[in-house]
Ligand binder design. Structure first.
Ligand code: MG
Length: 211
């Protein structure tokens, strides 16, 4: 198998919340962008155990780009005990809190992507306020609570360069299918006139930053 095939297979086997077709679409769009712009700076919000970081990281490596993978690694609301997406194996016995960082690190090490996928550990809003580098690719896949999703949109999307990609996960136009904030920020991006829709796959939306 090729290096990319290896990484995509590993991505599929990594715990997380991204169906295979959406992960492959994420990879393909990033790969296509990287074919035109090498050495780029990419960032994903919401890392969990590095599943999407592998789909994106495989494309980043192919274009000599760097992917920052940002997460506080304490899980979102729906990952906490008693909620739908709680995984007791990810609780740190030291303090009883959810901690996905060890899983994330093991995944990146196993993928041998440690020089391509760089972890940023902390609250998205704090990192955004101090992150000055323009972004070629931004993938928003963080918390779904309205204040969190809107802060991710408002603080990170202005950093995207003209022609750059904005990808958003968990966009569900029908409220019966899931929470609304990712859909609302997707609509806001379109309404802003700064982004044009490029593609969709499942709940993944791909937009391009206009000049
Ligand atoms: Mg997601």
């Amino acid at each position: 198998m090729s290096r990319v095939d290896d990484l995509l297979t590993l991505a599929e086997a990594t715990p997380g919340f991204m169906p295979r077709d959406e992960g492959l679409a994420l990879h393909e769009h990033a790969l296509d962008y990287g074919a035109h712009v090498s050495g780029g700076t990419w960032l994903e919000i919401g890392a969990w155990c590095a599943k999407s970081a592998l789909y994106l990281g495989a494309a980043a490596e192919a274009s000599a780009s760097v992917l920052y993978s940002l997460d506080h690694h304490r899980g979102s609301e729906e990952n906490q005990p008693g909620w739908e997406y709680f995984d007791p194996t990810l609780v740190d016995p030291f303090d009883g809190r959810l901690n996905t960082l060890p899983c994330w690190q093991r995944t990146i090490a196993r993928a041998a992507l440690e020089s391509t996928v760089i972890g940023l550990v902390g609250p998205s809003q704090v990192v955004a306020a101090h992150f000055a580098q323009p972004l070629d690719v931004l993938f928003i896949d963080g918390g779904h609570a309205a204040p969190v999703a809107w802060a991710d949109y408002e603080m990170w999307t202005p950093k995207i360069v003209a022609g750059g990609l904005l990808m958003i996960h968990d966009v569900f136009p029908d409220p019966a299918d899931g929470g609304r904030p990712p859909y609302e920020i997707y609509c806001a991006a379109l309404d802003s006139g700064r982004f044009a829709p490029r593609a969709a796959c499942g709940s993944l939306r791909v937009l391009e930053r206009l000049a």
